[in-house]
Design a protein around this ligand. Structure first.
Ligand code: FBP
Length: 264
């Protein structure tokens, strides 16, 4: 962990990372209800909102679309990723080098580690190479810390999420992106396990405005430093309105009720 409060991907100590790597991770199915979002430019437009501190994409999307947005959006280059077509034990191919991410204008790096997978050892070794190379460019490293694999029946139980945040600290991440462990107390424990490293919540599948904002309110109360979210923003009809509300909950620490009322 290095100090990253001066990084462009941090605003007032917090981050809101808009993720759009789902076409690789889940496939086009995530765009079925919002087919216009298959055009990555539409999500880059959303990422120009002041609340968004970085947009997380894979190399191909960065190559093709980031040049038009580099003045308005901070780039988080996701270095590894796997498709849903892969049926083996959780693993993630390294699709982009740190050198190339820097060349593409990355402000930060992203890397998935599936702790507990039978491929954990190789994934952690790949993470080591990326993390150390990233230090040469002073690029913050966000770990998608997602314990999963044949030995893990429940990948969101409190002890698993605490382990996920601790593992990210020990391996040298600057931000750990973890799933919501089901309660504010469990999130507070995961935050504590991460020491001074920032923990952000992973969005998950789309829920109602109120349900989502209430969960974000709970994780901010628990000491988390923001959000890395995809579907709960860009699958919405009006992503800007939700980002207006998220801005209030994350940076101004308002309640979900107050944020919704103010943005109606
Ligand atoms: P969501 O907010 O849509 O859940 O996106 C966050 C994210 O980590 C994406 O970066 C990634 O594509 C997806 O979730 C992976 O989710 P999972 O591995 O749980 O299917």
């Amino acid at each position: 962990m290095i100090p990253i409060d001066d990084s462009p991907i941090v605003r007032d100590g917090k981050s809101l990372i808009l993720a759009m790597d789902h076409g690789l991770e889940h496939g086009p199915v995530d765009f079925e209800d919002v087919p216009e979002k298959l055009d990555p430019s539409t999500v880059f437009e959303t990422a120009t909102h002041d609340a968004v501190t970085a947009m997380a994409v894979q190399k191909g999307i960065a190559e093709g679309y980031y040049p038009s947005y580099e003045d308005d959006v901070n780039l988080l280059l996701k270095l590894n990723g796997t498709s849903n077509l892969w049926m083996g034990e959780p693993d993630s191919a390294v699709n982009c080098s740190v050198d190339y991410a820097a060349e593409l204008g990355a402000d930060a790096l992203g890397f998935t580690v599936y702790g507990g997978s039978n491929h954990e050892i190789e994934m952690v070794e790949e993470f080591r190479d990326a993390q150390e190379k990233g230090r040469e460019y002073d690029l913050p490293m966000v770990m998608w810390s997602y314990p999963r694999g044949q030995g893990l029946k429940n990948d969101t139980k409190p002890s698993t999420i605490s382990y996920a945040s601790r593992l990210a600290l020990e391996l040298g991440a600057d931000i750990a992106k973890v799933k919501y462990p089901g309660s504010k107390d469990a999130m507070a424990h995961a935050v504590k396990c991460a020491g001074d490293m920032k923990v952000v919540m992973s969005g998950g599948s789309k829920t109602s405005d109120y349900e989502f904002l209430s969960t974000v309110e709970a994780v901010i109360d628990a000491g988390a430093k923001g959000l890395a979210v995809g579907r709960n923003v860009w699958q919405r009809e009006d992503p800007t309105r939700l980002l207006d509300a998220l801005e209030k909950v994350i940076y101004e620490e308002e309640t979900a009720d107050a944020a919704l009322e103010a943005t109606e």
